[in-house]
Design a protein around this ligand. Structure first.
Ligand SMILES: Nc1ncnc2c1ncn2[C@@H]1O[C@H](COP(=O)(O)OP(=O)(O)OP(=O)(O)O)[C@@H](O)[C@H]1O
Ligand SMILES: [Mg+2]
Length: 628
């Protein structure tokens, strides 16, 4: 089985493990909802004016609907007046009806304005949130991505952001309207009749308890539904990625079975969640009818002095029930969305990758590149950039428990070529991860031209290193843009020159649109070898002092292999090269070969010396290289 299949298998194992599995952050109850809500509101600062205008519109809207209901009182009072002429009564009716219509029109207009403004604010806030989230993600240390799955990170941008959008588009607006209206309605009820209000208060408590009971069940099922959605999404995403493996191993039916399981759970959770959520509406309606009849009866029996007061009061009972119902229906959703917001804020609060390097790169007196090393007295020492890499007693562990590298010491002098060989998992890629400071070492020292790399600013360190990673990754864009990724200010000619060095020019010029051919989905429209050639060209265009090549292990046809080999060879000239080799040709002419096993260098020397030793290298050389 070739190495691609091996790594695809590993991925499938991950697929089996991941889905249900949104990981630790996936709690559906916010830890501190008020704090999160306040933090969310702080984002409204960037659209302060429209937000304040929206709140004013909400107050006007609530006031106008409350006042319109109050109009029933004077309208009925006209009926109750004993000695009033028919004409005078008509005139009063007309005036009151016009007033009432005016209030309703005001309600419609303010409702439109408040919705428009709140939507506008929500769009701005979401845009800012996504921006902050993405910016922080770019600053996070590589280690963060080891402990958070792809699906989990994606769910911050999809599920959680969608829930926040819903929250800001509808729920927040609804809640503010409901709460302000409720305050107004209660005030009006108290003005009209304290005795009747006391009865309403008792009924309110009954409603509250009923809603709380249903709400508990409903929120449990909402949480279940959110989890099930994440599981279904995660499963689909992973299976799209691994589609070739699924087909290659005839796992289609198993995949469908796995999907049915998760889909079934989603279906059941969604049904229950919506059943409970939808029960609230009818129950509230029925309760409001019952209260309505009770209040009417008590009113008629004589708890209130006049019919006009009773009619106006009954209007408010309806509004009271409506608002209570709206609040109770939004409540669970608000909690869910806030739990999502907390996950997003947790990502933003993750400490960024610290870069405390004070050594920068600059240009010396003769125009050559040099390191500017700060001195105690405030001046700088200039150290020419030569590309000498040394490791002294380096040990490293990814998880703080198991040492993946143990006591590694080696040096690569200017323009030397050092090759690393060793079985899979020996720690070869890890060494390169440390040199470019994807991770910092726990023990020992790595120096670049004699300077501890922890003192060098990351951007400058990485600027002098050219890396061809083991897993090639291409971005959606043209071939030219992908090569230019190596150095943003490279001209078209320089990119083409780099492609020639990498031996990629020939195949690129035979692509349908040459350098303007669009690459999609990680270069899926190219062969594996072609993708590697482009990533070599990308490293070439950056013209690095030190080149790190992590040879891809996939088997490719011999012609492409030859091309890659030649590409690499020309790229290696006059640079310090650290190469992780899977091909004999790459190793043979190295100045020194390090044989790694379980994180230790067990043999070192050049090709002939190591062969003579008849040790591990000899075994690898006579066994492994024949295979790959
Ligand atoms: N991000 C990571 N988090 C935790 N452990 C890791 C991580 N990356 C690698 N490891 C572990 O570190 C060890 C060395 O891995 P490394 O990738 O350096 O091997 P390698 O020699 O490059 O192998 P290969 O030839 O297959 O590319 C392995 O045991 C692996 O399980
Ligand atoms: Mg590797």
């Amino acid at each position: 089985m070739n190495k691609t299949a091996v790594s695809s298998e590993r991925r499938m194992k991950r697929i089996k493990k991941t889905p249900l599995f949104k990981g630790k952050g996936a709690s559906n109850k916010p830890a501190s909802p008020i704090k999160t809500l306040m933090r969310l509101f702080s984002y409204y600062g960037s659209c302060r004016a429209p937000f304040i205008a929206a709140v004013i519109a909400i107050l006007l809207y609530s006031a106008s609907t409350i006042a319109a209901s109050y109009m029933m009182r004077p309208l009925v009072a006209v009926l109750e007046e004993a000695n009033i002429t028919k004409e005078a009564a008509h005139a009063k009716y007309l005036a009151l009806l016009i007033g009432m219509a005016g209030l309703y029109v005001l309600g419609v207009i303010t409702n439109y304005i408040l919705n428009y403004l709140m939507l506008k604010c929500a769009a701005t806030v979401l845009c800012d949130l996504r921006k902050d989230m993405f910016e922080r993600m770019q600053e996070l240390p590589i280690g963060y991505f080891d402990t958070h799955t792809h699906g989990e990170l994606m769910s911050y941008y999809t599920n959680d952001t969608d829930a926040l959008r819903e929250l800001m588009h509808h729920s927040i607006t609804q809640l503010i309207i409901s709460v302000t209206s409720l305050v107004g309605v209660v005030a009006m009820m108290l003005i009209l009749s304290v005795r009747l209000f006391l009865i309403v208060a008792v009924m309110g408590v009954i409603v509250f308890l009923t809603v709380k009971y249903i709400g508990k069940r409903s929120s449990k099922n909402f949480a279940r539904q959110q989890k099930a959605v994440a599981a279904v999404n995660g499963y689909i995403e992973e299976l799209i990625e691994g589609q070739k493996v699924v087909k290659a191993f005839n796992h289609e039916e198993a995949a469908v079975r796995g999907f049915d399981e998760r889909n079934g759970e989603l279906c059941s959770a969604a049904t229950r969640a919506s059943t409970y959520a939808n029960i609230v509406g009818p129950i509230m309606n029925n309760l409001s009818h019952i209260f309505y009849s009770i209040t009417t009866t008590l009113g008629v029996v004589g708890l209130v002095s006049t019919g006009s007061v009773l009619i106006a009061f009954l209007q408010y009972i309806r509004q009271f029930a409506d608002r209570m119902s709206q609040i109770s229906q939004q409540f669970n959703f608000v909690l869910l969305a806030l739990a999502g917001a907390e996950r997003i804020f947790a990502l933003m609060d993750t400490p960024a990758d610290i870069d405390d390097g004070d050594v920068t790169i600059g240009t010396g007196a003769n125009g050559e590149s040099c390191w500017r090393v700060p001195r105690e007295d405030g001046g700088f020492d200039e150290v020419p950039v030569k590309g000498m890499i040394e490791l002294h007693g380096v040990s490293f562990s990814y998880d703080g428990k198991v040492d993946v590298l143990k006591d590694i010491s080696l040096y690569a002098k200017t323009a030397q070529k050092i090759a690393f060989v060793g079985s899979t998992g020996a720690g070869k890629t890890t060494i390169t991860n440390l040199i470019n400071r994807f991770y910092d070492i726990s023990e020992g020292e790595i120096t670049f031209d004699g300077i501890d790399i922890r003192r060098i600013r990351k951007a400058d360190l990485r600027g002098t290193l050219g890396i061809v990673l083991q897993d090639t990754h291409l971005f959606t864009g043209t071939v030219m843009e992908n090569i230019r990724y190596g150095r943003a200010d490279a001209t078209d000619e320089e990119c083409i020159e780099a492609a020639k060095i990498a031996n990629a020019h020939y195949f690129i010029s035979h692509l349908p649109e040459g350098y303007d051919t669009m690459l999609v989905s990680d270069g899926a429209n190219l062969s594996q070898g072609q993708r590697q050639l482009i990533s070599i060209a990308r490293a070439a265009v950056s013209d690095p002092v030190v080149l790190i090549l992590d040879e891809a292990t996939s088997s490719i046809d011999t012609r492409t292999e030859l091309l890659i080999e030649r590409g690499m060879d020309s790229l290696m000239q006059n640079r310090t090269v650290l190469v992780i080799a899977h091909r004999l040709s790459t190793v043979r002419n190295a100045d020194a070969i390090m044989v790694l096993e379980h994180g230790r260098i067990i043999e070192r020397g050049d090709h002939h010396e190591l062969l003579k030793k008849k040790g591990r290298y000899y075994e690898l050389y006579t066994g492994m290289f024949e295979m790959s």
